[in-house]
Write a protein that binds this ligand. Structure first.
Ligand SMILES: Cc1cc2nc3c(=O)[nH]c(=O)nc-3n(C[C@H](O)[C@H](O)[C@H](O)COP(=O)(O)O)c2cc1C
Length: 198
């Protein structure tokens, strides 16, 4: 698969087959993705990869966060338990959750450089995974901004920024492409040499 194919065919995947992706393949994807551009060679990306039994603790931390955020408030006990179980089952059915995080640099400019670089890393992961037949969903759920969630997964929120959780697995269903606005309407060419010629 060439790059253009990977970019045009990649889709965000929401439904996965029940099997795990081979550990070596995941590591290869995560490793090749490190060739993302990174200013000052900071390589700010870090990954907590939850899979198999490891997903239990992760799911609990997510549900606890949903409780704190008031997601279940106002529901009768039975309905609340149903909702909780539904979310838990949903999370446990996703083969891998890769939580991507970075150290917070106190310098705003460096923080932005690191964040941008980590996003480039994530897109590399998505494209490399796609090429290998592996689906990814880039997510940014509210719990990533819940300091207690951060503590619960062992990261001091004052020191670390939780960037994303990538859901990963072999796709069960590939969604239809979502159209993009052609760049022509957003592109303004500034070329004074053209003006001079008129
Ligand atoms: C920073 C970022 C956060 C995202 N967060 C979510 C998310 O929380 N849930 C979700 O379903 N998709 C999320 N997405 C995926 C987008 O919704 C998806 O890329 C968009 O709908 C276009 O679909 P495509 O990737 O299949 O082309 C996120 C994408 C980015 C770049």
């Amino acid at each position: 698969m060439d790059l253009m194919e990977a970019i045009t065919q990649r889709r965000s995947i929401h439904e996965y087959k029940p099997e795990n992706v081979e550990g070596d393949l995941l590591e290869e994807i995560f490793n090749l993705a490190t060739l993302a551009p990174t200013h000052r060679m900071k390589q700010a990306w870090n990954i907590l990869l939850y899979q198999a039994d490891g997903k239990e603790d992760y799911s609990k931390a997510v549900l606890d966060s949903y409780h704190r955020k008031g997601f279940f408030t106002g529901y009768e006990l039975e309905k609340r338990e149903q909702l909780e179980e539904g979310i838990r089952e949903f999370l446990l059915h996703i083969p891998h959750h890769a939580l991507i995080y970075m150290e917070r640099d106190e310098d705003e400019r460096k923080y932005e450089e690191d964040y941008a670089s980590v996003c480039a890393y994530i897109q590399n992961v998505q494209l490399l995974a796609w090429e290998a037949g592996v689906g990814v969903l880039w997510t940014t759920s509210p719990y990533l901004h819940d300091p207690q969630f951060s503590w619960d997964i062992g990261l001091d929120p004052s020191k670390f920024k939780l960037v994303s959780v990538l859901q990963i697995g072999y796709p069960k269903r590939i969604p239809n492409p979502k159209k993009r606005t052609p760049i022509k309407s957003k592109l303004k060419v500034i070329d004074t040499s053209q003006k001079a010629d008129v």
